[in-house]
Ligand binder design. Structure first.
Ligand code: NAD
Length: 482
């Protein structure tokens, strides 16, 4: 029988109190990799107790010393980068170039958090009134809960916990139940780097763990990333028990292509955006509008790229696209294609029957392209989270921007153009928080805020960057007269 994934509580790898388990599989073969415990409230309680008891000493550790632990972790992550990327491809399925990129983005957040002594500086002002001075300090708050999705199981936890611990807090992390293994190795590296017991704790499971994290009275704040339905629930439930919350949700990302764009570069970037990671990215383009004369050449080039993509195991250098995460998710993506194929609209490329020789148990869906589906149909409005795109022609850029504005999601959007004026109009009018200009995946780096608008984000302070430092600290002010 495959190994049981362990929780990490108070610096020890422990079996959960709960007995139920799920299976973690290699999505390119369907083979079992591990069994994951469905922990419960008692496991969360033990992790919170460990985190709460580690907090006073960790908070009292000078910021420069906390940063040194992260410097050592960064060196260890660099040293083990390839091993981590191979492991991540094995449990997620995306191609090795993408997992290397994911690990790199995670490391960049550790790098940024290494600057915490500067990032955490407060402000002072002498003589706010005669003989009175004022100073503000950024202070940590206690135990934070962090809940993350399956699609970036290494990078997304690292949008949060390096900042949480750098600022002097302690953490209870609940990773995705679908691909938790590579991050376990990162926790072991954090321990090797000198992170004291109890500062970072991991509890595996599903809904019961999430609900316990939202409700636990000794957790002061929650960072969540996942689908909008769960993000909205976590935002409301954790806030109801007085916590600060940042909850990043789902997406339906629009991309506009103008007639003045470099068409080949635009179509190639759009195909990479739509089909990279088999469409399982919150920044993946999924609704494409070609404005006027841009439409036909853009569609033709995108079709060429999409129809020549090779599916396979992500460790094979010949592979362009891996599987989706699970049989259930494959079936969900296929059902979206079934609905779209019934029309109106045309199915130009159908990935439903995709297969890979020798890997019959894998969860395959090939690139799928629709043309002219109604904007208000499920394919036009709902997040598919698979390699499925819709193409349509817009008469003007204003019409295309209006379509972006009508979406209930607002995670990312992009425009391809050589006109600064058009790009400016797009930036001014899209109403979306992460925008690309001649970039297909508008991913902010570690020192910028990451998070969307509308139903793609519930909260105020985003992930990464200065927002992360603000989220994990409170500004406290002292006014002094001597
Ligand atoms: P998900 O919402 O199913 O799961 C996210 C987390 O919530 C997991 O840890 C899971 O165990 C937990 N969860 C799932 N159902 C729950 C429930 N009913 N009650 C309580 N907890 C529950 O998301 P996923 O399928 O793992 O990830 C894909 C989703 O994440 C997509 O919608 C994608 O757009 C989104 N995402 C968003 C961003 C962003 O930056 N906005 C980034 C990555 C992924």
């Amino acid at each position: 029988m495959a190994d049981l994934v362990r929780n990490y509580i108070g610096g020890r790898w422990v079996a959960p109190i709960a007995r139920d388990t799920l299976t973690v599989t290699d999505p390119s073969s369907g083979e079992e990799l591990a069994r994951l415990p469905l922990s419960g409230p008692s496991d969360v309680g033990a992790a919170v107790a460990a985190a709460a008891s580690a907090f006073p000493a960790w908070r009292g550790t000078p910021a420069v010393e906390r940063a040194r632990v992260l410097f050592r972790l960064k060196a260890l992550l660099e040293e083990h980068k390839e091993e981590l990327a191979v492991s991540l491809t094995g449990e997620h399925g995306k191609v090795i170039a993408e997992t290397r990129g994911e690990i790199q983005r995670g490391i960049e957040n550790v790098e940024h958090a290494c600057g915490i002594p500067s990032l955490m500086l407060g402000d002072t002002l002498e003589d706010v009134a005669s003989g009175i001075d004022c100073a503000s300090w950024r202070q940590p708050l206690g135990v934070f809960g962090i809940i993350t999705p399956y699609n970036f199981p290494v990078m997304i936890p690292m949008w949060f916990w390096p900042y949480a611990v750098a600022t002097g807090n302690t953490v209870v992390l609940k990773p995705s139940e679908q691909d938790p293994l590579t991050h376990q190795r990162i926790v072991a590296l954090a321990e090797e780097a000198g992170l004291p017991p109890g500062v970072l704790n991991v509890v595996h499971g599903g809904r019961a763990v999430v609900e316990s994290v939202c409700d636990h009275p000794d957790i002061v704040g929650v960072s969540f990333v996942g689908s909008s339905r769960v993000a909205a629930m976590v935002y409301a439930r954790a806030a109801a028990s007085g916590k600060r919350v940042q909850a990043l949700g789902g997406a339906k990302n629009h991309i506009i292509v103008m007639p003045d764009a470099d068409m080949e570069a635009a179509a190639d970037a759009c195909a990479a955006s739509a089909f990279g990671s088999s469409g399982q990215r919150c920044l993946a383009g999924s609704v494409f509008s070609g404005v006027g004369d841009a439409y036909a050449p853009f569609r033709d080039r995108l079709m060429d790229v999409a129809s020549s993509m090779r599916l396979g195991n992500g460790l094979d250098p010949e592979t362009d696209m891996g599987p989706v995460i699970s049989a259930a998710h494959r079936d969900r993506v296929r059902s979206f294609i079934d609905v779209g194929a019934a029309g109106p609209g045309r199915l130009l490329l159908d990935g439903r029957a995709a297969s890979v020789e020798g890997r019959d148990g894998g969860y395959w869906v090939g690139p799928t392209v629709f043309e002219d589906v109604p904007p208000d149909s499920p394919l036009g409005t709902e997040e598919v989270f698979g390699p499925v795109v819709t193409l349509s022609k817009a008469t003007t850029v204003e019409d295309a921007i209006e379509r972006v504005r009508r979406s209930r999601y607002g995670n990312a959007c992009s425009i391809f153009t050589t006109s600064g004026r058009t790009a400016r109009e797009f930036r001014h009018g899209s109403g979306v928080a992460m925008m690309g200009v001649n970039v297909g995946v508008a991913a902010p780096m570690a020192f910028f805020p990451f998070g969307g608008s509308k139903e793609s984000f519930y909260g105020d302070l985003k992930a990464q960057g200065r927002d992360a430092v603000s989220f994990f600290t409170e500004q406290r002010v002292v006014i002094s007269r001597w």
